[in-house]
Design a protein around this ligand. Sequence first.
Ligand code: TPP
Ligand code: MG
Length: 878
Amino acid sequence: MSSKDIDPIETSEWLEALNSVIEEEGLERASFLLTKLAERINQEGAIPSYNLTTPFRNTISVKDEAQMPGDLFMERRIRSLIRWNALVMVLKANKNDDELGGHISTFSSAATLYDVGFNYFFRGSDNQLEDMVYYQGHCSPGIYARSFLEGYLDEKDLDNFRREVNKPGLSSYPHPWLMPNYWQFPVVSMGLGPILGIYQAHIMRYLSARGLVPRNDRKVWVFCGDGEMDEPESKGAIGLAGREELENLIFVVNCNLQRLDGPVRGNGKIIQELEGSFRGEGWNVIKVVWGRFWDPIIAKDTEGKLQEIMDAVVDGELQNFKAKGGKYTRENFFAKDPSVLEMVKDLTDEDIYRLNRGGHDPYKVYAAYHKASNSKGAPTVILALTTKGYGTGSREADNTTHQVKKLSMENIKSFRDRFDIPVSDSEIENLPYVRPPEDSPEIQYLKNTRKKLGGFIPRRRTASEKLKMPNNTVFEKSYDSSGERQISTTMAIVRIITDLLKDNNIGERIVPIVPDEARTFGMEALFRQVGIYSSAGQKYEPEDADKVMWYKESKEGVMLEEGITEAGAFSAWTALATAYSNYDFPMVPFYLFYSMFGFQRVHDLSWAAGDAQAKGFLIGATSGRTTLNGEGLQHQDGHSHILSSTIPNCLSYDPAYAYEIAVIVKDGIKKMYVDQENYFYYITTINENYSHPAMPEGAEDGIIKGMHRIKKVDKPNVRLIGSGAILNESIKASKILKQYDIDSEVWSVTSFNLLRKNGMEIERLNQLNPLDEKKLTYVEECFIDNDIPTIAATDYMRAYAEQIRPYIRGQYLTLGTDGYGRSDSRKTLRDFFEVDSESITRSAIYLLFQENYLSEDQIKKIYKDLRIDPNKPNPWEV
Ligand SMILES: Cc1ncc(C[n+]2csc(CCOP(=O)(O)OP(=O)(O)O)c2C)c(N)n1
Ligand SMILES: [Mg+2]
């Protein structure tokens, strides 16, 4: 569409007509008429292009701004002290050679955005559950500085910013693991705050729809950077928020136009771009572009000439206007049109430089938050224009400002002067923190604002309700043999989840979550049994309404079918897994996914879940490199246990039998929800069907610790240890060996990861206490009887089973599935990766030969029987 006006007279007639509708009948009517006109033109095949973005100016007009009720000057004084203390703590952390780092420029651009929130909007937990605020991680100094004025932190705490080893220290960024009474949400990794915040708001609605927590006007506030919005995670879930009409969600994007290296959109306009994206996804968009000093100038712009310049300017230039000052701005911005230049003729260059941006104007920010908090039927995004490094003198809007950790004394003094900090020239070298006395008007005002809002934040709830254990029958059913029936462990866990859902003690807390894989895991019966949560209910008759397992969506649905988004489903899981803290209401989420699309896909979110002290179950279903036979390279997981082992509080298991799963889940519920320990669980299950034995007497302890013996012989010659799907191959190998009169015992290893943890712990303990009686690792305890050769086989990379080598005294050989997967039958794949019974047998024979237990003739014969090909290609190189 051409933007050239070929008939200005006709245009003005149309505009006049529209003006009169606006004046006489109001905006709503005018908007209706425009929509009708657009529909009309659309019938002819044209697409009107006006609806997604609005001109580059404040969304809320001056006359519609809600008035900020507080004391502007008092608040400015308090905010200035917060700015100063935040600056000082970073400067101090970098005063010597420790180079501890920290950020100055981000918080300096965001201080007003937070302050208005703290003064008027963010609610504490005194009267209702507190608002949930996802801070921009590298703004942490500003949040600490406020807590310092509030009296929660003292000077020693601030001095220990980024010095955490000898407590008390303040963590670099929001880390609940390190500051469990303070930070709720780990966010500094760009993009995590936005996606976690969206799913937090979604889960809030889910919990109230089910009647588990009351629906109120609790809010989720997500603060993020404009550069951060480039992360796929940041924008990836905004469609869900729009679709679900999450009016409890407010995004504040700090548009300081810069990221780490330089401009976010030097050649464009990030605010306009984000406006289009968010509005297109159904959000309310509130742009806070210009501060109130602009109001009188904008009021003069009756011809729209200033607006034209505002619309045309790119962000790279906007950055210059702050970096290079008022004279530059007059010459390169206002001078673009003589009539616009005229509008600022009475302003000095200094006045022009001080024309404030919306994000630094408490009045404008207040009006935006007020509107956002009272909006119904959609989430709101506030796009606030700010200046990076605001107040740091020559470092303001400088391309390198992100990494500034030290300032010249000249810049420090100019900061002090700009914000009227009561520190004299003689004191300033020492970089003193400033906190007025407790009874000063500033501290009293600050405390009063928080009192009115229900208490201080951030604060994290560490204690929560204990849950009751489910009825034992849920688990006991799995302790019996499956007899002739062949089932998979995926089926076994689904059965346990189904029974848990019906349990009187814990049923309402159980939430199955899937990312469009329920049928893959045989969970479709749950569709109808518990329903799929949908805020819209079900507005259609499902195609399969006449079937037993029809697709039932419902407002009170229990199951979360999050669609094809592992990051989204994981974020929903995290919200539920931390509900014990954030809602004071423990939930027990089970997230089932293709194990290959678990940690590998969303590891940063898993890491954050660990940091947040999530409690719940992750089920890596259809796992194993050879067990998921047909799906090939991208689907066959042989390393998720290596990845899970990187998260310190994740307990991971690769069980083989239904009874093992039952014991692990039971123990998990006890540890996490009754004993209230800080763990979450990763359990792999498989889709191979076989019959499951009954649980041997007294096996529970070993299952939980990571290993238990399933076949005992009097005088074993070798020991076979297997895990998950491959345990059956170890059992078969044991039978083959018997044909050669070789006796073997067999152990099921439920967790090499936990065996290693125990090993590390005991080894270290012995080392630290050399004179005490030496303690045995659990592996040593298990294998105490003899030093016979041990062969481990798993469906994972060898590194998984290698972890226990230091604790095994005899010979040890590991088999695994190193290399890329590929499609074929299980049998062929296991032969290919050398984890089948023949390969296990071969390994046992080889080790026995090494120990001179077998002669050359014997090994030759057995190798021949086993059809061993010495020239077989190496599986991890083909
Ligand atoms: C996933 C991830 N990648 C990179 C970084 C390093 N990093 C920290 S802040 C930053 C720039 C942030 O820019 P923006 O989002 O615009 O925030 P601002 O500081 O400008 O407010 C980068 C790249 C990170 N923290 N997380
Ligand atoms: Mg930025």
